[in-house]
Design a binder for this molecule. Structure first.
Ligand code: LLP
Length: 441
């Protein structure tokens, strides 16, 4: 199934952004991460339009950069006016180096180090999303030492667990993230934040899961937050200026996925927030969201070269590619499904079922269990795996000392290299010879 600007050219090859993928393989080599930037822009626009439909609503869409963070990607997000969610010093550093407006950066995470918080305070970012009491104390102490104020949101756990088409109300959460609502931790955190001389509590944050296809899960999370937060004006003198409902909007990895339109998520989120505010006699807060996968997932394609194959009669046929779990850990880690096409035979009938294996020394390094390919496919052909734009590059490893692939952006017939392919020399760049070991009593 094709996405965005993908087409099958007259030459029978897969084209993306007006560029022949065979040409991309020739110029940049494989494995190669290819991003259809027109599709990324379209996704961004869709989120912005869904909110812009509400005249008097204050909102922010923060791209969750954990899905795919590079300098060029952050700059694209900057140019299209989104905010940015970072979850580590590394993502924050990338954002700052990319020239992202600091006041539109939000910092999430359950164990931010003092060093990371210092980087955020130095940069005077827009908001820190405080996850626990340790962080609340540390941040107050650091702000006090610097005589600096910082806007914060407090992350809470509304007890909604959303997984694809189902969600469950768990009530009491068992998660490392956030303040529990049920046991009073969240209210205690709000009380401390309100009393804090340097922290400015702007609002509440929650994130309920990934690949959510059920908008009702967001609605339930919002209602639960209000069940508690609705009382906090009276009880602790706190009114939410901001409600951040996180990310998790589902995408179409395979034909089996049927995601809703962005509007079908945003409308119920806005409606639930408005009605809960009305019910509690509170002003409607600004609504923030943090989509990652839904901005970049479908826009990314990984291009591999086919190498060896192995047929086990009556069992299956394996075909191996020149990458695998090092550039896409999701099938091995989450049993994630992907679709593919032999990019230089895209117009031929895909009449054979094969298992696409990676090249890592691990039996579980299988990218696609039952891929359809033309019978004629052979070593040297190109395999394009679709929908690898989120959590592919960002979760890549050097397992088996495989260098990380290059990343190209394609649009309107042009390809731009945005991350160079790693070399073997890059792999040992920080290695030191045995003799330099020096730590004596
Ligand atoms: N906000 C927060 C607080 C999050 O924890 C996440 C994802 C997001 C936003 C963005 O969620 P998205 O819109 O991308 O679903 N590695 C896994 C996904 C882990 C997501 C963790 N948090 C995967 O490959 O599916």
């Amino acid at each position: 199934m094709l996405h965005g600007t993908q087409t099958i050219g007259d030459n029978g090859n897969l084209w993306i952004g007006g560029v022949d993928t065979a040409k991309l393989a020739q110029v940049f080599g494989t494995p190669l991460y290819i991003y259809d930037t027109a599709l990324i822009k379209e996704k961004i626009r869709t989120f912005k339009d869904a909110f812009a439909a509400y005249a008097h609503l204050d909102w922010q869409v923060a791209y969750a950069s954990k899905a795919f963070s590079t300098v060029a990607m952050v700059q694209l997000v900057r140019d299209f006016g989104l905010s940015l969610d970072v979850v580590s010093g590394g993502e924050l550093y990338t954002a700052l180096k990319a020239g992202f407006p600091r006041e539109k950066i939000h910092f999430n995470g359950n164990n931010k180090s003092d060093e990371e918080l210092a980087l955020a305070l130095d940069a005077e970012i827009g908001a820190v999303i405080v996850d626990n009491f340790h962080e609340l104390n540390t941040l107050e102490r650091m702000c006090s030492a610097r005589s600096q104020e910082m806007d914060i949101l407090l992350r809470v756990t509304p007890g909604v667990e959303a997984h694809t088409h189902e969600f469950i109300m768990t009530g009491q959460d068992d998660t490392k993230f956030g303040f529990n609502l049920d046991n009073g931790s969240a209210e205690e955190a709000v009380r401390l934040a309100v009393q804090s001389p340097h922290l400015v509590p702007k609002g509440i944050h929650c994130h309920i899961g990934s690949q959510i296809f059920e908008p009702e899960a967001f609605v339930q999370a919002i209602r639960t937050v209000y069940r508690y937060a609705g009382e906090w004006k009276e009880r602790v003198g706190f009114v939410m200026d901001v409600l951040n409902v996180g990310g998790g909007f589902g995408i179409r990895y395979t034909a089996a996925d049927h995601p809703l339109s962005v509007k079908q998520y945003i409308d119920p989120i806005v409606a639930a927030t408005k009605s809960a505010s009305r019910d509690h006699g509170l002003p409607v807060p600004a609504i923030w969201i943090e989509p990652g996968r839904s901005i970049v997932g479908e826009a990314g394609t990984t291009l591999y070269t086919l190498g060896s194959s192995k047929e086990i009669p009556g069992v299956r046929k394996y075909i191996s590619v020149d990458g695998g779990m090092a550039d896409n850990i999701r099938p091995a880690l989450y049993q994630a499904d992907y679709e593919s096409v032999v990019a230089n035979r895209a117009s031929e009938p895909a009449d054979e079922t094969v298992t696409v294996a990676g090249k890592c020394c691990e039996t579980g390094d299988v990218l696609i269990k039952n891929a359809k390919v033309p019978k004629t496919s052979t070593s040297g052909d190109l395999l394009a795996v679709f929908c690898t734009g989120a959590y592919g590059y960002s979760m890549a490893s050097h397992y088996n000392r495989l260098p990380n692939p290059a990343v190209v952006f394609v649009e309107e017939g042009e390809a731009t290299l945005v991350v160079r392919r790693e070399s073997y020399a890059d792999l040992i760049r920080n290695d030191l010879p045995l003799k330099t070991l020096s730590c004596h009593e």
